[in-house]
Design a protein around this ligand. Structure first.
Ligand code: HEM
Length: 517
């Protein structure tokens, strides 16, 4: 009984200390005269995230909508003060103009604990800078042109498969993730896994497990964001070790096999092999692509096999989830907006006739397709927020009256893309799907930094060209062969899923693909 009593007293003492610490932390913005939303112990302003009752996108939009009169405001993630940005001019300062003060997303991840996370998305400081310089030539337009044939042949197989099967009630997300998994498996890992016919294959299963954010990952990321002490406390890995080992071994095996048999291919894996062997990737960008920027930060060091595996892993995660989410939302909008679908089909038919098929060149001629894709990414940005932290203290221009606000080192920054894209001040009637927002005459009607599905500045998505290309090819090939229609299983008033790390609906999206005559 005594033992129980003592334990209870210790626990109560700890909770009280924690409470006092959080209460003190919650005075951060008040002391600095920065507007903020009142937090509650212990989750700050993010309790619905912790209890998974709302998606990241919805929580941020809820907070954003509460502070319409401020260019930015404070919130708390647990006890962590975080500034959420609203005004595109401040967003521009953070992402581009004052990049030197906002160099990193989070404090550096510990590569010894989770080597598979030693990739572009999580690395910080010089390590990120050097790696970005090394990897940029992997994604030039020249490389995309070469990879077009892999993308289009996989997509053609996919369309053939649909044509040969019953498509009266297609589970849209499931089918797209199979296609995008196969494309990225081939381009990033150099393997063929045919997820269409064999959805249970090991590669796909590992991919599904690694991208289904378990509670551990969400909590782990909150703690990693929490600063030096918190990061030292996080001793568990953020991903199951069998998944991490699987990807690392696959990259090692593929590299060894290709080198032993002197096999050279035009894919991401080849770029990684070049970097491992300390040879720079050949630059084949087009005029206008900044060649010097690619190389002026290169430290000349080669990558280890494990570092290569981490990059292949982030290409995989970045490549399949974001694109299949974009395509799923796109297909649903096509089904709900038959007029837009028809206009897009007319463009595809005309351009295909002119060029004799769907080619790299013809895809780039489809201007309405480009508008449709931009509108999908506005309404449904797959990554609904960006984060940065203050790496060097700075006075930020707060408004055009000359007010400045001091941001201290280590302050966290959130940019709620989803909320910004749904702000009627930026995009009138934001719930309406209207690709004409991006027409030649309207494309300057919104602030450049109010539309940021790929982020902006030096951290901008490195794979955006690849992502756009594979989604455009997929939409064009599907709409060339099928009309997309709603059926009795199509839900049109869905809510966002709190469990998915990438934007997605809670319930499945079903539609009918009917063959075009
Ligand atoms: C529709 C498709 C995609 C969308 C919407 C998307 C979106 C984003 C966003 C919002 C960021 C953060 C940018 C920032 O912080 O400013 C990002 C970063 C990144 N993305 Fe993508 N992405 C897509 C496709 C891809 C693909 C296909 C790959 C790889 C093959 C990829 C790899 C990456 C990497 C490595 C980063 C980190 C870049 C850095 O910090 O240097 N993404 N992406």
């Amino acid at each position: 009984m005594d033992l129980l009593y003592n334990l209870f007293t210790i626990l109560l003492g700890l909770v009280l200390i924690l409470y006092a610490y959080f209460k003190y932390a919650y005075t951060y913005f008040e002391k600095r005269h920065i507007p903020f939303i009142e937090p509650t112990f212990p989750f700050g302003n993010f309790s619905s995230l912790a209890f998974r009752t709302k998606s990241f996108a919805d929580v941020m939009k809820y907070l954003y909508d509460q502070m319409p009169d401020y260019p930015a405001f404070g919130v708390f993630l647990l006890a962590q003060p975080t500034v959420m940005l609203r005004d595109p001019e401040i967003i521009k300062q953070v992402l581009v103009k004052e990049f030197a003060s906002f160099h990193d997303r989070t404090p550096p991840i510990n590569e010894e604990i989770t080597p598979i996370f030693g990739h572009l998305f999580f690395l910080a400081g010089k390590k990120w800078r050097n790696l970005r310089a090394k990897l940029s030539p992997t994604f030039t337009s020249g490389k995309m042109k070469i990879m077009f044939s892999t993308i289009s042949s996989r997509t053609k197989n996919f369309v053939d498969y649909l044509q040969a099967n019953d498509t009266t009630n297609v589970d849209v997300e499931d089918s797209w993730t199979r296609l995008t998994t196969d494309i990225i498996a081939s381009c990033a890992f150099g393997i063929e896994c045919d997820s269409l016919k064999h959805p249970e294959n090991e590669f796909r299963q590992m991919g599904i497990r690694s991208s289904h954010s378990p509670l551990r990952l969400t909590l782990g990321m909150m703690l990693i964001n929490g600063g030096e002490y918190m990061r030292r406390l996080v001793r568990w890995t953020l991903i199951d070790s069998d998944i991490s080992d699987y990807f690392i071994n696959m990259v090692k095996d593929t590299m060894a096999f290709r080198e032993k048999n002197n096999i050279k291919k035009n894919d991401f894996m080849q770029s990684l092999i070049d970097l491992k062997n300390n040879r720079k990737i050949d630059y084949d960008g087009e005029e206008g692509e900044d060649k010097d920027a690619f190389f002026d930060h290169d430290d000349g060091k080669s990558l280890t096999e494990v570092q290569c595996a981490a990059q292949a892993f982030v290409f995989f995660l970045g490549g399949f989830g974001t694109s299949s989410s974009t395509l799923t939302f796109g297909i649903l909008e096509m089904a709900m907006n038959p007029d837009i679908q028809k206009r897009l089909q007319n463009e595809i038919d005309e351009v295909v006739q002119e060029y004799g098929g769907i080619t790299y060149e013809s895809i780039n001629k489809m201007t309405y397709l480009d508008q449709v894709l931009k509108e999908i990414l506005r309404k449904y940005p797959p990554l609904p927020w960006l984060n940065r932290m203050v790496t060097k203290p700075i006075d930020i221009k707060w408004d055009d009256k000359g007010t400045t606000v001091h941001f201290e080192k280590d302050l966290k920054i959130m940019i709620p893309i989803y909320a910004i894209h749904h702000d009627p001040k930026n995009f009138p009637n934001p719930g309406c799907f209207d690709p004409d927002r991006f027409s030649e005459e309207n494309k300057n009607s919104f602030h450049h930094y109010a539309y940021i599905p790929f982020g902006e500045g030096p951290h901008i998505c490195i794979g955006s060209r690849f992502g756009l290309l594979q989604t455009k090819v997929a939409l064009a090939m599907i709409l060339q062969c099928f009309n997309i229609e709603m059926n009795e299983n199509t839900l049109t008033n869905q809510v966002l899923d709190p469990k998915k790390p990438v934007l997605g609906f809670k319930e499945k999206v079903y539609v009918t693909y009917s063959k075009r005559s």
